[in-house]
Design a binder for this molecule. Structure first.
Ligand code: ATP
Ligand code: MG
Length: 237
C-alpha cells in the first residue's frame, strides 16, 4: 500500500497551467526524490501536496484519505510536514525559539522533551540554542529547518531542495541526516537538483519536466544507466 499517492494532478497559478497530470507515489518507509531542472514543477508539486497551491484536477491520497481539497493545517495534522525551499527559518528568533514555535504547532504536550529528542539528530543545534537563527551558517539553518519539521513525529516530510547553496561537504552531512531520519520510519519526498545527493539519500526517483513525470526508476537503475540522467536532465554525473 502506498502512503502518498498523487494521481494525475493539474495545478495552476491563476490562468497559468503549471502541473499537467503529475503522478507519483511514496510508500511507507521510503525516500523518494523528485528530480527536475529550474522551473520543472518541483516546488509546485510539493505545495500541491501540502495544500498551499491545491490542484484544480486530480487527487492526492494520504494513508487512504483524500487530501487534495483539505487546507494546509489539516494536511499538517495528518502528519505531513514541509521543509520549504530557502529554509524559511525566522532569523530574528533564536534557534530554541524557532523550535518552540514549531513545537507548539506540532506537539500537544511535553514540547521541551520533544525538542530535546529532535536535537539528538543535530548536536550542533543545542550548542547554538541561544544564537539568533539568522547568525547560523547555511548548513545549520538547513538543519534547523529539518529539525523543526521532525517535531511531533510526522509520517512524511516534503523537503524542497535542501542542498541549495550549500558546500559539498555540508550537502553530504544533510544527506546522511536524511538517511538517519528515514531509518526511524519517516518517509521522505526530496525535491532536488543535486543528483548525487538524491542518489545517496533516496530509494526511488521521479524525473519531472514541464509539470509531468517523464521517468521513474530506482537508484540502482540510475546508477547503472547514467545516460537516463543525460537524456532527461541534460547532465552527466
Ligand atoms: N507564484 C507563481 N506564479 C506564476 N507562476 C509560477 C509561480 N511559481 C512558479 N511559477 C511557474 O511554475 C513553473 C514551475 O515552478 P516551480 O517553482 O514549481 O519549479 P521548481 O522545479 O521548483 O524550480 P526551482 O528548481 O527553480 O525551484 C515555472 O514555470 C514557474 O515560473
Ligand atoms: Mg523549487
Amino acid at each position: 500500500m502506498s502512503l502518498l499517492q498523487v494521481n494525475d494532478i493539474h495545478t495552476y497559478y491563476g490562468q497559468s497551467h503549471v502541473l499537467h497530470g503529475m503522478n507519483l507515489e511514496v510508500k511507507p518507509n521510503e525516500a523518494v526524490s523528485l528530480l527536475g531542472r529550474n522551473g520543472a514543477g518541483k516546488t509546485t508539486t510539493i505545495h500541491s501536496i501540502m495544500g498551499l497551491t491545491p490542484p484544480r484536477e486530480g487527487d492526492i491520497t494520504f494513508s487512504g484519505t483524500a487530501i487534495q481539497k483539505k487546507p494546509p493545517y489539516q494536511i499538517f495534522a495528518h502528519g505531513i510536514r514541509i521543509v520549504p525551499q530557502g529554509r524559511r527559518i525566522i532569523p530574528t528568533l533564536s534557534v530554541e525559539e524557532n523550535m518552540k514555535l514549531a513545537a507548539f504547532q506540532a506537539v500537544s504536550k511535553n514540547q521541551q522533551e520533544e525538542i530535546e529528542r529532535v536535537y539528538e539528530y543535530f548536536p550542533i543545534l543545542p550548542e547554538r540554542r541561544r544564537q539568533k537563527a539568522g547568525h547560523l551558517s547555511g548548513g545549520e539553518r538547513q538543519m534547523l529547518a529539518i529539525a523543526r519539521a521532525l517535531l511531533g513525529k510526522p509520517q512524511l516530510i516534503l523537503m524542497d531542495e535542501p542542498s541549495e547553496g550549500l558546500a559539498p561537504i555540508i550537502v553530504r552531512e544533510i544527506a546522511e541526516i536524511i538517511t538517519k531520519i528515514k531509518a526511524t520510519g519517516v518517509s521522505i519526498l526530496l525535491a532536488e537538483q543535486n543528483v548525487k545527493m538524491a542518489l545517496f539519500a533516496s530509494d526511488r526517483h521521479y524525473i519531472i519536466d514541464q509539470g509531468t513525470t517523464k521517468y521513474t526508476g530506482s537508484t540502482q537503475e540510475l546508477e547503472t544507466h547514467p545516460e537516463i540522467l543525460e537524456e532527461f536532465l541534460g547532465i552527466s554525473v
